[in-house]
Ligand binder design. Structure first.
Ligand SMILES: [Zn+2]
Length: 484
């Protein structure tokens, strides 16, 4: 099994190197141009179509986006942009669709290293008998560094430019994100049990506070937040204390909410009410909240989510794989709830492919309601871009291609046979495009992937380190299985 993985990674790396040798790569595309005497700007990105995802859903043919200092300066016809600006780097737009980078609203990035460790299990069995014990045994700062690098590589390759993470050793996650150029909200996990980086909830809150203070004003791409795990791994007082700490430091919270029938029953038994009502009863929604899953909201709870501006992150693959259920996305959207999309961790997905999430989100609603008109392609694409950005509190900064927003955008190659012919670009992006079609990725105005070659991560080193670490985990698991 390890041999196959090594071989696959080897082939993949070889193809990256081959792509790199095409001769068109600017020497240092990730670096902005030095301030020049002329009006030279950093970057122009051209596209056969520019799918802006602005409020009107504008799509420009043969357009271009002008970028300087990480900001979108102008969007318009390619010839007009070319005559108005000269740029240090220009990306060609032939057979390229330009659109906002994807927003992965819920992940546990470093769990890429636990991909496939335990499959085909229910959430509580999976968590308590496999994931939590494996994490206590194997997860340290080095595990988190390598796993997060692996995840950032996979996400950049697939066109994800922003993610919301919840895992251990958040300083390590933040450092990886700082170095690889992505944008992220990074949670300090709070859970009332011994975890890899804290003894209990109180310890988690206090260490989380230190993390938030260290990173709050350090890098505009990184937002440190709190990540209380759920209302079955923390009691009401601990949840309220985490919210109080987040309010004091002025940061949002990311949490699992109303995920499984187990949680629904637990909340009813423990608090005498379903989860979302319980959170409302303790004033949890007084501050910005990113709620992952929300599969089982009651009819009375959906208006609470809308009124409190809770950002709901739908994770269709994880919900299907763990059989948590089908989230009532259609009802939530109709009620005005802010809904984004996420992959969840690679151990319950098992990849970080947002294109697959888009497709499954659409299909799941259609078959659940027996209504093929349920959440159409444009709605799903919005959930993965501007809607997702709004759900995580970054709607003013990213999520659409508009003048004044940060330049987080991708070029999707429309040249594979599955894009021939193309009648409707948005339909193709949702129902056809795969992560392998993403050609170039720009985050905060920097080119972090150019024609499938990632420029901000040493992918060869990361693959080597990940395989070495996975080898040690596998040996320990084999030993434990033999002992049992
Ligand atoms: Zn999760």
């Amino acid at each position: 099994m390890t041999r196959i993985t090594n071989c696959f990674l080897g082939l993949f790396l070889t193809s990256l190197v081959a792509a790199c040798g095409s001769g068109e790569t600017p020497a240092e595309p990730a670096k902005p141009a030095p301030p020049a005497a002329d009006d030279s700007i950093d970057l122009i990105v051209n596209g056969a179509h520019i799918v802006t995802m602005d409020a009107a859903g504008s799509v420009l043919e043969n357009g271009a986006v002008a970028i300087d200092d990480g900001l979108i300066l102008a969007i318009g016809p390619a010839d007009e942009i070319a005559s108005e600006y000269s740029a240090a780097v220009t990306l060609d737009g032939k057979r390229r669709i330009v659109m906002p980078g994807l927003v992965n609203g819920h992940s546990h990035a470093a769990m890429t290293l636990l991909r496939g460790v335990a499959d085909d299990l229910a959430l509580m069995d999976w968590l308590q008998n496999y994931i939590f014990p494996a994490e206590v045994e194997f997860v340290d700062a080095d595990f988190v560094r390598i796993g997060t690098e692996l995840a950032c590589w996979e996400m950049i390759r697939g066109g994800t430019t922003t993610f919301v993470d919840m895992y251990y050793y958040p300083d390590t996650i933040a450092k990886v994100v700082e170095d690889c150029g992505m944008r992220a909200l990074i949670s300090a996990t709070v859970i009332d049990q011994r975890s890899p980086d804290a003894e209990n909830a109180g310890d988690g809150i206090s260490k989380g506070g230190g993390f938030v203070e260290r990173w709050k004003d350090r890098n505009s791409r990184i937002t440190p937040i709190f990540g209380p795990h759920a209302n079955y791994t923390l009691n009401a007082e601990q949840l309220a204390a985490t919210r109080a700490a987040a309010m004091e430091l002025g940061v949002p919270i990311s949490i699992h909410m109303s995920e499984s029938p187990f949680e629904l029953q637990y909340s009813q038994d423990t608090y005498g009410m379903p989860s979302i009502e319980m959170f409302e009863s303790i004033g949890f929604f007084e501050g910005p909240t990113i709620a992952a899953h929300v599969v089982w909201p009651t009819e009375d709870e959906i208006p609470i989510l809308a009124e409190r501006n809770v950002g709901v992150i739908h994770n269709p693959t994880s919900n299907m794989k763990i059989a948590s259920g089908i989230a009532p996305i259609t009802e939530m959207l109709e009620a005005g709830v802010r809904v984004g999309l996420g992959t969840d961790g690679a151990a319950s997905n098992n990849d970080l492919d947002m294109w697959e999430e888009m497709r499954l989100a659409a299909f799941l609603q259609k078959v659940d309601r027996m209504d093929p008109t349920a959440i159409p392609a444009t709605t799903v694409l919005r959930m993965a871009t501007s809607g997702g950005a709004t759900a995580i509190g970054l709607g003013e900064t990213i999520g659409s291609l508009e003048v004044g927003k940060r330049a987080d955008l991708i070029q999707v190659a429309f040249e594979d046979v599955h894009h021939v012919p193309t009648y409707d670009v948005v339909s193709h992006l949702v129902y056809v495009t795969d992560e392998q079609d993403v050609a170039s990725v720009v985050i905060d105005g920097k080119v972090v992937m150019f024609e499938r070659k990632i420029t901000s991560i040493d992918t060869e080193r990361v693959a080597e380190e990940a395989n070495a670490l996975a080898g040690r985990i596998k040996a320990a698991l084999d030993q434990r299985n033999q002992a049992n």
